[in-house]
Design a protein around this ligand. Sequence first.
Ligand SMILES: C[S@@+](CC[C@H](N)C(=O)[O-])C[C@H]1O[C@@H](n2cnc3c(N)ncnc32)[C@H](O)[C@@H]1O
Length: 192
Amino acid sequence: MRIMALTQKIEWLANQSRLFYFLVALYYKAIIRREVELAAIKPSDKILCIGGGPCPYTAIMLHQLTGAAVTVVDNNAACVQQSNALIQRLGLGKTVRIVYGEGEAVDCEGFTVIHLALQVSPKRKVLENLLARAGRGVKILVRRPKTMVRGLYCDQESCPLLCHDYVKHNFFTNVGNTALYVKEGLYGEAQA
Ligand SMILES: C[S@@+](CC[C@H](N)C(=O)[O-])C[C@H]1O[C@@H](n2cnc3c(N)ncnc32)[C@H](O)[C@@H]1O
């Protein structure tokens, strides 16, 4: 997928340059703040991020905003190596863990919040794996593309769970909204 390669290149630059890191962080910050609020993430939560890339902003900011420990799974070995080096440089090695793995096979037992990056593919299979293994009440956040860029990303098709709630993002991002699913939780009426 070309959009994935482009995102990885931008984030590779962000991994290497402080200035780039700061500039790209501006893109992510508001999105992640809204997601923290949407899922009411607490310091005691254990977060799993599927897809971190060379510069795992979501994992870093989820930790910085909430104090929760975060594990990132990515199926690109070079990204895992690069992001691990960044996490060590930032001194976050004890609270942000980066591991190699496939979202469609990862064991998510013990995690209370799971986050899917926009570029994750195949989304449906990843979601099926998570739903089969996640514990009761686990919150799953899924970033979904804006309608006009939907063709650039893997389509989620449908999710076996009802959308509990969602939050919309601003004009300057490809992320249209982030949906919150709760496994065997109390479902609201909201449908994104
Ligand atoms: C470029 S990153 C973007 C994430 C961004 N850095 C963030 O913090 O939100 C997306 C990553 O998702 C990974 N990815 C895509 N599909 C995946 C899957 N099924 N399992 C694990 N990782 C996946 C890709 O390897 C890529 O590095």
